[in-house]
Design a protein around this ligand. Structure first.
Ligand code: PLP
Length: 421
């Protein structure tokens, strides 16, 4: 059972000022979760969570996370700019990009951010671009093969475009050390949306063993190990949520087992979670505006896949609560659709819901990460607003809805669209 953090009455009130569709984020949930993350990892002195900006790129959200002690993980110049503008600087910024334009390295370095190199060839390139390596450098690892937890394949790194091979990584640290780099980090992201407490501990165990090998072979003692993102959330109501305390304890156990005896007991643990930090604390709120009864029953809403593309793109499940009908029997089956000229524009397929009526408000759960941020403008559809439900119950507009004017603004300057600008 998933419970929305707003009631029908509250949404009706909000919709008087901000028409649907809109995103609504829950400040209280965001803060409490961030505090749990830091509390769970407090055994590690240097622990830091670098929020993956791509999940929810909104300055208001970033500033809330900054107050909770987080840094940012960026992969583009605009994410770096947003971080800088929100007051992140120096080692509060991680730059984990790939296929990176030169100018982005230069800017990340100017902000004093930690540059995490994706490929072995980036080492020589970066030396050319920056002339001198920063004192701290991080390298991204890809072990190849399959990443397994208890014989279950979680993902196949061998097919992933990211990271360096073991040999490249070790050679990379050797080169960087020789070139005068003082502090070193290692990064790996091997599986996405893992709904198991075993992901971080299993990953950490591999990375810790590798850190020992790196020390033996190159004399480099890593300063930090970045477990990156991938800690998942239960999109389906019958899934069991990850327990961040159990996850952190699992990492602690292998830390004591592998790193401490190898004289690496000062290594800082970093994370770059996006989904786990924001996913459950953002929802897309949309209104039922149409019904259609043909070979199936369709309920059309005023949002579409441009506002939340995960169901269309990955067939992802997002739970839906019909506000005000939380306790009604779920005895109707609908496809819940948007208005795009794309048949994959469905927020739900064959979903059991209470009987729907025009004007019902749907709360589409777990859209707080990789939701709004994956938006696009197909069919000339516009981005919706983002709102923050504050801890005192008030609502703040943190991004206005896009207008037709915004949509036309980048066109060639002639008179064709003038009356709309
Ligand atoms: C996407 C991404 C993350 C965040 O992933 P989540 O699954 O949202 O936790 C972290 N680090 C990097 C480099 C990423 O590309």
């Amino acid at each position: 059972m998933k419970t929305p953090y707003v009631t029908l009455e509250e949404v009706k009130k909000i919709a008087e000022t901000y028409p649907t569709p809109f995103y609504l984020y829950d400040e209280k949930g965001i803060r409490e979760n961030a505090r749990r993350v830091y509390d769970a990892f407090r055994w590690n002195k240097g622990f830091k969570e670098y929020f993956a900006v791509k999940a929810t790129p909104n300055p208001t959200i970033l500033k809330i996370l900054k107050e909770e002690g987080c840094g940012t993980d960026c992969s583009s110049i605009t994410e770096l700019e947003m971080s800088e503008a929100c007051g992140f600087s120096g080692h509060d910024i991680m730059f984990s990009s790939n296929d990176t334009p030169d100018a982005e390295y230069v800017f990340a370095n100017k902000l004093g951010g930690i540059i995490n190199l994706d490929d072995f060839s980036n080492i020589a390139e970066l030396e050319q671009i920056l002339e001198k390596f920063p004192e701290t450098m991080s390298l991204r690892y890809n072990p190849g093969g399959y990443f397994k937890i208890a014989n279950t394949i979680m993902d196949n790194p061998q097919d992933a475009k990211y990271g360096m091979t073991t040999a490249q990584l070790i050679e990379g640290y050797r080169i960087l050390k020789e070139k005068g780099v003082k502090r070193f980090g290692m990064h790996a992201f091997l599986a996405s949306n893992t709904v198991t407490n075993e992901y971080y501990p299993t990953l950490a165990k591999d990375l810790f063993a590798l850190a020992v090998k790196i020390k033996e072979e190159t004399g480099v003692s890593l300063d930090f190990i970045n477990l990156s993102g991938g800690v998942g959330i239960p999109y389906k109501p019958d899934q069991k949520a990850n327990d961040i305390y159990e996850i952190a304890e699992g990492v602690h156990r292998v830390y004591d087992e592998i790193l401490v005896p190898a004289g690496l007991g000062e290594v800082k643990i970093f994370a770059e979670m996006g989904r786990f930090m924001l996913g459950p604390y953002g929802a897309l709120v949309t209104k039922v505006i149409h019904f259609k009864d043909t070979y199936k029953q369709y309920a059309g809403v005023d949002a579409c896949a441009v506002n939340l593309m995960r169901p269309a793109m990955y067939g992802a499940y997002h739970h839906i609560t019909v506000l005000g009908k939380e306790n009604a029997p779920q005895d109707h089956v609908y496809d819940v659709t948007g208005s795009l000229c794309e048949n994959n524009d469905k927020f739900a397929i064959d979903r059991e819901l209470p009987v729907l009526e025009k004007g019902d408000y749907l709360f589409i759960h777990d859209a707080g990460a990789h939701g709004f941020s994956m938006g696009y403008n197909y069919n000339g559809k516009l981005w919706c607003a983002e709102l923050l439900l504050r801890e005192d119950g008030s609502v703040k507009l943190i991004r206005r809805a896009q207008t037709d004017r915004d949509y036309f603004a980048t066109l060639d300057i002639d008179d064709t669209m003038k009356k709309y600008l």
